[in-house]
Design a protein around this ligand. Sequence first.
Ligand SMILES: Nc1ncnc2c1ncn2[C@@H]1O[C@H](COP(=O)(O)OP(=O)(O)OP(=O)(O)O)[C@@H](O)[C@H]1O
Length: 334
Amino acid sequence: MTVGPLPEGPALLEVRHAVRRWVRAHDDADAGVAVALSGGADSLALTAAAVVEAGPVHALVVDHRLQVGSGDVAARAAERARALGCASAQVLPVTVEGQGGLEAAARRTRYEALDAARADRPVLLGHTLDDQAETVLLGLARGSGPRSLAGMRAYDAPWGRPLLGVRRTVTERACTELGLPPYRDPHNLSPEFTRVRLRTEALPLLEQILGGGVAEALTRTAAQLREDGDVLDELAVELLTCASTGDELDVAALVDAPPAVRRRALRAWLLRRGARGLTDRQLRAADDLVGSWRGQGGVALGGGREGVRLVVSRRRGRLSVGFVGEQSGSNNCR
Ligand SMILES: Nc1ncnc2c1ncn2[C@@H]1O[C@H](COP(=O)(O)OP(=O)(O)OP(=O)(O)O)[C@@H](O)[C@H]1O
């Protein structure tokens, strides 16, 4: 395969316009970008468009090594990236391990590998409008908070998502226009995955019942929540600045703040102090140390080490986070 001018089909032009808009909006892309390429339709169309719209493109293909032949799939994707005109194309073999189920572990490992290889460039991902709609619908059905319902951002440095306004059918058609049949991951068809059933059963049924437009409507909701959430986040930063005294928080500065702002401030602070995998329940219990104080003990958080728990507790009008031995201390840990 050799590099030639891209065909001028309408689907590919739509993908190119989306990438062009993203590049214009984010000057981090001035020195070129990395593209996370799975070989699927979305990231393949994205790679082709980025080569013409985003300067030097460095394709990164993660080989999760979870399926027989995954190395060949990755090598073929990298070869296509070079043929499309990428400045470089690298296969990143990884070992998927860790907690939280295979899908979550694979995602975490993938993002770590991409982050390590991106060489300070932003990394473009191929998430589409359909991915966004699925994320929001799943979040709604699971009772997630506004942060999850707000969906993915177009740029959450270093992760860029230029195709959040583009339908998956368009990236598929763009690949047809390019004459490049995308790789079809068998996992993307397997009904044992919740997301696959959402994509192939729940969303089409909703579209049929509501007369279409559901995916777009879900992404509109996400955008509105993102805007509202950004304002609350800014207020939370101000509150945190007022309440911080070294590593601790002054309860008096927090107590009269609206709980929605206070919880955001607490969340940011707890994550900064080392909390991991913070749940809504833990956050609300931590907030009770401020808003519903009755002398209760500390709240255990994820982020401890063997034999010690990470705990947020209140003493003398201050909140602090520290390690507590498994045997000692708090009676209110969740
Ligand atoms: N193995 C991988 N290597 C590099 N990037 C990946 C890989 N898998 C996924 N990504 C990136 O994450 C994005 C979203 O992942 P997701 O699992 O939804 O993609 P996919 O359906 O496998 O592939 P595509 O989105 O390219 O059709 C992809 O568009 C791609 O940018």
